[in-house]
Design a protein. Structure first.
Length: 382
């Protein structure tokens, strides 16, 4: 383990209330009891203590995390606070949710535990996000009503949007206008599609042209710089790439991490441990073990053959064409799970490599131009 910070993606439940056609998760009806949560937290904190790591971020996900009631999170927050205080470890919490179960009953715990902020997801146009037996339009309308309710309570709502072929078809300007101008979303991240888990027709349609993806990314970045960067609009990964190319602190997406095996793990509601939520819910052969069945998380991670494959990946990639790339220190070969979902091996570079390189060159050029003109805006919020 490296550094003084560790991230835990914690799937409080494997259940979900939606039926998104491109979902990579293998759904079950499992959920964490407070007792099992206590066992997991103790082993994670013990592991951090042994490695001198003083700060933890818990990213609460699912399934759908809000299917557990607010009272459950109040008990979880108290349990984690007490356990971490004994070891002098700082713990922060983030919540990823589709927001569909939201009601005002959540307001107090969202304020206390999650800093009055949540992250949710909406694609535009929405092709695949649905409730069982309903169409995407119904999902969009319900989601928008929940966002309005949350905002009226003072909750900051951040958005993740996965691109699809119709997003590229409508273009960057209509996409920006819909999210920022129509919906009032001023903090969002765009993600490339990930066709993980069991194959279906929707996932086959996620294979997008790299040149079209690169064009969309670069045009959206330019729109953001022109219209939003100095108006407190934040779009990931563009804001952090500007920081990176102007030698400021940058919190880059996990897909470009130096080695995610050193920085985070995911634990699902059954105690399975894997590299991230994509792995723990999609690829059982790549799980590291079960935290509820081991004596020590440190030993589980040290002895796991599956985890060893992740730790060896960067060295393997650097022996190939990545070593000659100008952006190796930024990208590190890209996302292991995107690689595996395409190539069925970890020992290839990310299939979106060409997209990344074109985006990096474009943002680097824009950062240089803005700095030279003395027009740099400060998109440094992490």
């Amino acid at each position: 383990m490296n550094g003084n910070h560790f991230s835990l993606i914690l799937l409080a439940t494997n259940q979900c209330n939606a039926a998104c056609e491109y979902c990579f998760e293998d759904k079950t009806r499992d959920y964490l009891s407070i007792e099992r949560l206590g066992l997991i937290v103790d082993k994670v904190l013990e592991h951090m203590d042994a490695h001198g790591i003083g700060a933890l971020t818990i990213h609460w996900q699912g399934g759908e995390a809000m299917l557990l009631p607010p009272q459950w999170y109040r008990e979880a927050f108290a349990l984690i606070g007490e356990a971490s205080a004994k070891r002098c470890i700082q713990v922060d919490h983030g919540l990823q949710t589709n927001l569909l179960p939201y009601s005002p009953e959540w307001d107090a715990i969202i304020a206390e535990m999650f800093g009055n902020s949540v992250s949710t997801s909406l694609d535009y146009p929405n092709l695949y996000r649905k409730l069982p037996g309903r169409e995407p339009e119904h999902y969009d309308a319900l989601w928008a009503s929940k966002v309005r309710m949350a905002r009226s309570a003072g909750i900051d709502v951040k958005v993740i949007s996965v691109l699809n072929w119709t997003t590229l078809e409508i273009g960057a300007e209509r996409f920006y206008e819909h999210l920022v101008d129509a919906l009032g979303v001023i903090d969002f991240q765009i993600n490339t599609p990930f066709p993980g888990g069991e194959a279906n027709d929707a996932k086959q349609a996620l294979d997008l042209d790299i040149a079209d993806l690169a064009r969309f990314h670069c045009e959206l970045a330019d729109l953001w710089l022109e219209r939003g960067a100095d108006r407190d609009v934040r779009i990931g990964p563009f804001d952090q790439l500007i920081n990176y190319f102007t030698q400021r602190d940058a919190t880059l997406p996990c897909i470009w991490g130096r080695n995610c095996a050193d920085e985070l793990i995911a634990v699902d509601a059954r105690g399975h441990v894997a590299q991230c939520d994509c792995w723990v819910t999609s690829y059982p052969d790549y799980r590291f073990g079960n935290i509820l069945e081991c004596d020590s998380l440190s030993e589980l991670l040290r002895d796991s053959p599956a985890r060893r494959r992740f730790t060896e990946r960067p060295v393997q990639l650097m022996q190939r064409d990545c070593i000659d790339c100008n952006y190796l220190a930024l990208c590190h070969g890209g996302c292991p799970v995107r690689t595996y979902s395409r190539h069925q091996t970890l020992l290839e570079k990310d299939p979106y490599c060409e997209l990344y390189k074109r985006l990096f060159r474009h943002i680097e050029g824009q950062a240089t131009r803005l700095a030279g003109a003395g027009a740099m805006t400060p998109p440094t919020t992490n």
